[in-house]
Write a protein that binds this ligand. Structure first.
Ligand code: PMP
Length: 406
């Protein structure tokens, strides 16, 4: 019968399922992946430049030589070789860490889930940049944590706004547990937290008793050779750092990690075990071999060059085609440009018309817990070729012109 729920389980679900929502990006995936559509929506890395033949050889050897370990159950914390290599990767951002404090997870998405699980009861506050990563907002909401957004500018999170947000929450009797921040080439805004602000943000959180959750999947994908020092590097006791091989190597392997203060690390391992028993051993060994036998740093350099060319193609096309009054951020790395449309536009309402015009993007509202962002949208330049990016932006500009004529 139309309008009647056929779900016989509906009265039995836990209350927290009310906080679970479909990801705006996943919903877009089916249409965005049609070949005639230029997708500026997803954050898929450009895997075409990986040495696939060499990897096939290496991964085959892994089964032939070490299959009895690679295909077996493993440790809930992750294999020791990979945890050591992860410490070497993090050293590039000034972090000194011991492999004992690293927990390997199924992507950093799982680390976000585990961290929220061990810190947040329903109603607890997580501070997050405005706007913030849609997948983290989904996780926070699934645990019934309340997100309070903190303003950013071109230098990232604004320290005064952070202090004000903490004070307002406290005055309202709310418990602030975490600051969730993406300091480098932020998803979706594309901005980077300045060097000067990093210790200030860390100190504000430390003295307020708020734990920092530093999420850094894009840190090595900067377009210049500047090393951006992680917040964690100078505040190991109050920062949980999340990393990932998804953007620098292969997201399909689903391997990320958390580096946490010792006591937190123990809780993360327990939470990891209760969810997955252990992160996939084969995938961890595959990544460990890749790091040991391939020139992964050159691979990252090649990625940076590819993404820089694509960013430039996107910025050039935006400047050439966007209607007057449109503004956008200029990322120094990573995958995303954040566009603000002139007054009167609604990026979510416009999306079906954009898809008909064969271009896809993610509407800004997906990146806010409080429905802001209707005049904004996220464009990704990581996957399409520069020519397709230019064509996609031209199509988008055509849709905007069409809206103006209505
Ligand atoms: N954090 C941020 C900011 C991201 O952009 C992503 C992926 N889009 C993730 C975490 C999750 O990455 P993964 O689970 O693939 O490591």
């Amino acid at each position: 019968m139309p309008g009647t729920s056929l779900d016989q389980h509906r009265d039995r679900y836990a209350q927290r399922t009310e906080g679970m929502r479909a990801s705006a990006i996943r919903a877009l995936f089916a249409v965005a992946n049609r070949p005639e559509v230029v997708s500026l929506a997803g954050g898929m890395p450009y895997l075409q430049s990986l040495p696939l033949d060499g990897l096939a050889e290496e991964f085959g050897q892994l089964v032939a030589k070490d299959g009895l370990v690679a295909l077996q159950y493993g440790s809930g914390q992750g294999i020791p070789e990979l945890r050591e290599q992860i410490c070497q990767v993090m050293a590039l951002e000034g972090i000194k860490a011991h492999p004992d404090d690293v927990v390997v997870t199924v992507g950093s998405q799982m680390a976000l889930d585990l961290t929220t699980r061990i810190f947040c009861d329903p109603g607890d506050v997580i501070l997050a940049e405005a706007p913030s990563y849609v997948g983290a907002l989904g996780t926070f909401s699934a645990y019934q944590a309340q997100v309070v957004h903190v303003a950013m500018d071109d230098d990232g999170l604004i320290p005064e706004a952070l202090v004000a947000a903490i004070e307002q929450c406290r005055a309202a009797g709310r418990r602030v547990k975490l600051l969730y921040t993406i300091p480098n080439f932020q998803n979706p805004a594309g901005v980077t937290l300045s060097e000067a602000r990093r210790p200030v943000i860390a100190e504000i959180c430390r003295s307020a008793g708020v734990t920092v959750l530093e999420d850094n999947p894009y840190g090595l994908l900067g377009f210049d050779s500047t090393m951006r020092r992680a917040i964690r590097a100078d505040d190991p006791d109050n920062v949980i750092y999340l990393g990932s091989f998804s953007k620098t190597f292969a997201p399909g392997l689903r391997v990320g990690w958390a580096l946490a203060p010792h006591a937190v690390r123990e809780k993360l391992v327990l939470a990891n075990e209760s969810t997955t028993l252990n992160p996939p051993v084969f995938n961890q060994m595959a990544i460990s071999r890749y790091l040991a036998t391939f020139d992964w740093q050159s691979q990252i350099k090649a990625y940076r060059q590819t993404y820089l060319e694509r960013r430039d193609a996107m910025l050039g096309a935006l400047a050439a085609h966007m209607p007057e009054g449109t503004t956008w951020t200029v990322p120094d790395g990573g995958f995303y440009v954040w566009v603000t449309l002139p007054e009167g536009f609604d990026s979510a309402a416009m999306l079906p018309r954009a898809v008909s015009a064969r271009v896809a993007y993610v509407p800004g509202t997906a990146f806010y817990a409080d429905q802001l962002g209707s005049r904004q949208l996220r464009l990704s330049y990581c996957f399409p070729t520069p020519e397709r990016i230019v064509e996609g932006v031209r199509r988008l500009a055509g849709v905007l012109d069409g809206e103006l004529e209505v």
